[in-house]
Write a protein that binds this ligand. Structure first.
Ligand SMILES: Nc1nc2c(ncn2[C@@H]2O[C@H](COP(=O)(O)OP(=O)(O)OP(=O)(O)O)[C@@H](O)[C@H]2O)c(=O)[nH]1
Length: 830
């Protein structure tokens, strides 16, 4: 790529090879000497190496002036020799410039692929501007009193370009004032019904780049046809104009013989090229070229040779023939003849009428690319039609000379008025032609020339013919080389403007990318570091919260279970409601446990809220608006498993829940009645055991009395024991139930299971923001990485672009200077 920045002189060899064309298809034309001006161009080009400088012209002998005794004919020959020398020098130099420019354009096309070229945006200008300089793109600093004449051009936005404020769309293409600065590379933005201002808003940089690419390709094609034109030894004069303006009659007048058919009806439907018959071995005939065939005079398959008298039929056989080559003899003396002028081969091309149909009109427009001089025939009666004006505007871009022949002048009564009106129109259409109207605009009556009846009319035509000869022959350098020079200069100036604009745009983009990268790189590194730290921090937050929740839940539930037999305030409604009492007590106990679980869940919920808050705070602190804070609904926590464990508690009311036998454990194994008796008697007699009781009783009352008393005592004892047991039910039930429930809960590891469940739920919930935080960081880092990579890539492209357009600017300026110095008038006798 880099070697293409500056199309070096030495590389023109490649382009020449690439664009080299076959020698002209008409061997005898190509081989024909340049009618008195020495060797043909083809010969010159064969020996000429573009890499070598042109040899300096040999020292010419000092020209003897008139009256110096040197014969006039010799003086004229010398003059012609000098002219030819300069002509050849200019031609070769122009050819070299064409190749050099083609290489530049190819480089630009290549650049356009990787760095879509900026075409300046429409700017709202305070004052009209006609050309641009680097100053136009000076940054507008607050301290500077110099304001840019228009704000810097904008390129289609890239990743890092500052975004336009929403609501203020900026058009991307150039203002009419600036577009006027472009000649050749002006984009044609008339697409469908869309106006330019609509289009500039809708076109993306790729579309503009592709439009520009087409334009560059067109320009390369045009340069190649210009090269062909300057290398062609013959001069081509296109006679065109509106339908029936008298073009054929005018051509005949120039030839002084009725060669081309003239008619009131539109008749010339194909291009008729009139040439000197010496090219055709002196044979006068018409070569009617078949449609789609490429004419080769030596290959009769490409045309049909017919006598001149058939021309009337040939010119309307538009379906069969594309054009006709008419070889005629111009027997007038050399100084009068146009075709056989002793200077250069001339082809006189009679074109179909411009407004015949659009296909024909387009063909005439296209043909002018290969034309040296345009003679535009307009009818004095009709003046300029729209297609005539369009053709002339187009031709004026490039043609050094535009001849305007106002024909059928004999039909005009008020000739002065007619002249004034026509000249006014020409002043608008082609100011350059108007400036030289003396030489370039002629009012004639072509039909009177061959008859020769009216000498005045003939005089007008003679003047026209002399001017035409002068421009085609004497000023050949200008008429033939001028278009190439004008085109090159216009194109190089366009390239200079594009280079200025794009260098500025690329430079500004490069600055902006550098500053982007200066902040992006540390931001990326920081983000990578922060991700690890923040991830650890959020993990720690989760662990701490879950551990705290586990501990708290365990403590709360354990405490409740521990004290479960204490705080149950179930009202005692007597022994006959003891079962209900037992049921209520059991329910109250389980409720208390459930409440403890709910309380620990509530506490866990609060801890989760603060845990989520802490993780979100980390996200917002580090990721700012890039962190997506998910909506957290604490009320949805612990919805499912809450009572699953509670429901598993199987403990039910059993008979022995009503009695607390713990105190009789010492006498385990004894019957219930003895136990009851023992308890009852010990209460009554204040003795410790039933044996002691009997011994003591028998000692007191005697054995017989003891025997009598024992039955009632037993009955009494049992009754007392029963009374005692019944009166202990209220105390025994909670105690026994609590004991059994505790045992069951211990067996099922109820406390741990619940604490674990609650903390697991908390962990699950906290994982969401933690995951969000992690993925936010990941996205952020990946985003920064992509931005960094893109910015680095773009920076490289901008560096290349800055360098490229800098070189293009230097190249186009220097080359413009070179082309401007080509003196096409040198050696001609003005
Ligand atoms: N009065 C007058 N008639 C002319 C003059 N020149 C041409 N004509 C006539 O105008 C008619 C058209 O002339 P052409 O030479 O065929 O016109 P053209 O422009 O070649 O026509 P197309 O090729 O068909 O567009 C013929 O009848 C000519 O005789 C002129 O100077 N004066």
């Amino acid at each position: 790529m880099s070697q293409r920045y500056y199309p070096a002189e030495s590389s023109s060899r490649g382009a020449r090879r690439q664009f080299a064309r076959a020698t002209p298809s008409e061997p005898s034309e190509a081989g024909l000497s340049d009618s008195g001006y020495g060797g043909s161009i083809t010969d010159d080009m064969r020996n000429f190496d573009l890499n070598e400088d042109m040899p300096m012209p040999p020292r010419l002998p000092v020209l003897a002036g008139p009256g110096s005794g040197v014969p006039e004919i010799e003086r004229r020959q010398h003059q012609m020799h000098v002219q030819q020398l300069h002509y050849n020098q200019n031609r070769v130099a122009l050819s070299r410039s064409i190749y050099r420019t083609i290489e530049t354009l190819e480089g630009l096309q290549e650049m356009n692929q990787t760095w879509p070229i900026h075409y300046p945006a429409v700017q709202r200008l305070d004052r009209a501007q006609t050309s641009m300089t680097d100053d136009d793109f000076m940054p507008d600093t607050a301290s500077s009193s110099r304001r840019p004449r228009f704000s810097p051009p904008r390129r289609a936005l890239t990743t890092f370009e500052r975004q336009t404020k929403p609501g203020t769309p900026e058009p991307r293409l150039m203002a009419p004032q600036i577009t006027q600065g472009f000649n050749i590379l002006k984009l044609d933005l008339r697409i469908g019904s869309l106006s330019q201002s609509e289009l500039v808003h809708s076109l993306e940089k790729e579309s503009i780049a592709s439009l520009l690419d087409n334009k560059l390709a067109q320009s390369i094609k045009h340069l190649l046809s210009l090269r062909d034109r300057i290398e062609d030894t013959a001069s081509k004069v296109l006679v065109t104009g509106d339908l029936n303006a008298g073009k054929s009659t005018f051509c005949n007048a120039l030839l002084r013989r009725k060669v081309l058919p003239e008619d009131q009806q539109p008749c010339t439907e194909i291009f008729c090229e009139v040439l000197d018959c010496r090219i055709n071995s002196g044979v006068e005939e018409v070569h009617a070229i078949f449609k789609n065939a490429t004419y080769d005079r030596m290959d009769e398959r490409t045309y049909e040779a017919r006598p001149l008298k058939d021309l009337e039929d040939i010119v309307i056989e538009v379906d069969k023939y594309s054009q006709a080559k008419i070889y005629v003899e111009d027997s007038r003396p050399i100084e009068q003849s146009l075709l056989r002028n002793g200077v250069v081969d001339i082809a006189l091309i009679d074109a179909p009428g411009l407004n015949m149909d659009s296909v024909q009109t387009t063909a005439v427009f296209a043909r002018q690319e290969e034309i040296d001089v345009v003679v535009f025939v307009v009818s004095a009666e009709n003046h300029f039609t729209l297609s005539a004006k369009e053709f002339l505007w187009n031709a004026a871009n490039e043609k050094a000379y535009l001849f305007i022949v106002v024909n059928r002048y004999d039909n005009i009564r008020d000739k002065v008025r007619c002249q004034r009106m026509i000249l006014e129109q020409i002043a608008n259409i082609s100011p350059a032609t108007f400036k030289d109207s003396q030489d370039l605009v002629h009012f004639v009556s072509s039909n009177a020339v061959i008859d020769g009846k009216d000498p005045d009319k003939n005089n007008d035509f003679d003047n026209l013919e002399n001017s035409l000869r002068g421009f085609v022959l004497d000023k050949r350098a200008r008429s033939k080389l001028g278009p190439a020079k004008s085109y090159l200069l216009n194109l190089l100036r366009d390239l200079e403007q594009l280079a200025v604009i794009n260098q500025s745009v690329a430079g500004r983009e490069l600055d902006s990318l550098r500053s982007d990268l200066a902040t992006l790189t540390p931001k990326y590194d920081e983000s990578v570091k922060a991700r690890i730290a923040v991830s650890d921090e959020s993990d720690r937050q989760i662990e701490d919260t879950c551990n705290a929740v586990y501990r708290n839940s365990r403590r709360e539930i354990s405490r409740t279970i521990e004290d479960i037999d204490k705080a149950q305030n179930i009202p005692w409604r007597g022994v006959f409601s003891s079962f209900q009492y037992a049921e209520d007590t059991r329910k109250a106990m389980l409720d208390a446990i459930t409440r403890a679980v709910i309380d620990s869940e509530d506490a866990a919920r609060r801890s989760t809220v603060s845990g989520v808050g802490a993780i979100n705070a980390l996200g917002l602190l580090h990721l700012k608006q890039e962190y997506v804070e998910r909506t957290f609904r604490p009320d949805l926590m612990f919805k499912k498993k809450r009572d699953a464990l509670g429901r598993n508690i199987k403990t039910q009311i059993a008979a022995f829940d009503f009695f607390d036998f713990d105190r009789q454990e010492k006498v385990a194994g004894m019957s219930l009645s003895l136990t009851v008796f023992s308890v009852a008697s010990s209460r009554m007699f204040g003795v410790n055991s039933w044996v002691d009781g009997i011994i003591q009783a028998s000692n007191i009352v005697g054995i017989r009395n003891t025997k009598r008393l024992i039955i009632p005592a037993i009955v009494f004892g049992i009754g007392a024991a029963a009374y005692y047991l019944v009166s202990d039910v209220q105390r025994a039930i909670p105690k026994k139930l609590a004991k059994r429930i505790k045992r069951e809960l211990t067996e099922m590891d109820y406390v741990h299971q619940n604490a674990e469940r609650v903390s697991k739920e908390v962990r699950k919930v906290l994982r969401f923001p933690a995951e969000e935080l992690r993925s936010g960081f990941q996205k952020n880092i990946e985003g920064l990485k992509i931005k960094k990579e893109e910015a680095t890539k773009r920076k490289g492209e901008c560096e290349v672009a800055v360098k490229y357009f800098g070189n293009l600017l230097r190249e186009s300026r220097e080359h413009t200077g070179v082309v401007e110095r080509y003196d096409l008038e040198a050696g001609s006798n003005h």
